[in-house]
Design a protein around this ligand. Structure first.
Ligand SMILES: [Zn+2]
Length: 293
């Protein structure tokens, strides 16, 4: 059996999966990310699970830049000092292989094992939430790197004079369509105090003008970012997941129109499709299982 974990800035999800990728027992479970001592906490959690399940390996998805060898180089929202050879440390402590990968890359791995995905496919997964991240499968292989600074899709700059991004640059895709930017846009225009894109997506059902504006703006802007990615790797598809991707038909339509108007492929062949990932909340956790399988 494989233990999979998904370590985010606020929550850690984990579970034990059988060789077919099904959760066993009462998994998946979740708890709040500890504010200190992340590594000892992970170590003791895995040891606890090992008492009850014969684990072959552990796969960890983490909101961080992770090198090919399992070294975590950069993690903005986690109680961990970097760089740290987390993969090697946990493998030595536990006596079983522990594989670690960035959460966006894990999401891409999970999609790569979904029904109907061709063997040597090229596609992009975009996770659209508080942050904008993702992963790229190129000719059937995950694009990774020694430093883990790969597929930083949320930090493609669309406007050097645009809004300031958390990374210190201006006009990044994330600075335009990260959840807080979209909620701020809605509140500014509608003089309201919403807190999430989930609230905005509910307002779409009532044809709320402000909600439609946010959904169309997010789609138009995302399509511009996708066109840049498309011009580099010409993927078959883009898969979108996360809260912002829940902005319904107006969002998806605007994304598709924007991409097909701006990518180079439009000149002579079909443009990449844009598809919504369903049940995306466990995507990175499932990717961690793929990683360790
Ligand atoms: Zn940025």
């Amino acid at each position: 059996m494989i233990m999979a974990m998904d370590i985010g800035g606020t929550k850690i999800k984990y579970g034990v999966l059988n060789p077919s990728g099904q959760f066993v027992s009462s998994f998946p479970r979740m708890f709040s990310t500890p504010e200190t001592n992340l590594v000892p906490e992970l170590n003791s959690l895995i040891l606890e699970i090992q008492k009850d399940f014969p684990l072959k390996a552990v796969g960890i998805s983490i909101a961080a830049n992770v090198g090919r060898d399992g070294t975590v180089f950069h993690a903005t929202n986690l109680p961990i000092s970097t760089p740290i050879e987390l993969g090697r440390i946990l493998t030595e402590n536990l006596g079983i292989p522990v594989k670690i990968e960035n959460d966006g890359n894990c999401a891409a791995l999970a999609v790569s094992k979904s029904p109907g995905i061709p063997e040597n496919d090229t596609f992009v997964v975009l996770t659209l939430g508080t942050g904008v991240g993702g992963g790229i499968i190129y000719n059937g292989e995950l694009m990774d790197s020694d430093t883990g600074a790969v597929a930083e899709l949320g930090h493609i700059s669309l406007d050097p004079e645009g809004p300031l991004c958390g990374c210190g640059k201006q006009g990044c895709l994330e600075a335009f369509i990260g959840e807080s930017a979209l909620v701020e846009r809605y509140n500014r225009k509608a003089s309201r105090q919403l807190h999430s894109t989930l609230e905005i997506s509910r307002l779409l059902e009532t044809e709320d003008e402000g909600a439609l504006d946010v959904a169309r703006f997010a789609g138009e802007t995302l399509g511009r970012g996708m066109a840049i990615i498309s011009d580099i790797i010409a993927p078959r598809s883009f898969y979108v997941a996360g809260g912002v991707a829940g902005l319904g038909v107006p969002f998806l339509t605007a994304t598709r129109e924007s991409l097909s108007r701006q990518c180079f492929l439009r000149l002579f062949t079909r443009t990449p499709s844009v598809e919504l990932v369903k049940d995306a909340h466990l995507l990175s956790l499932k990717g961690a299982w793929v990683l360790a399988s």
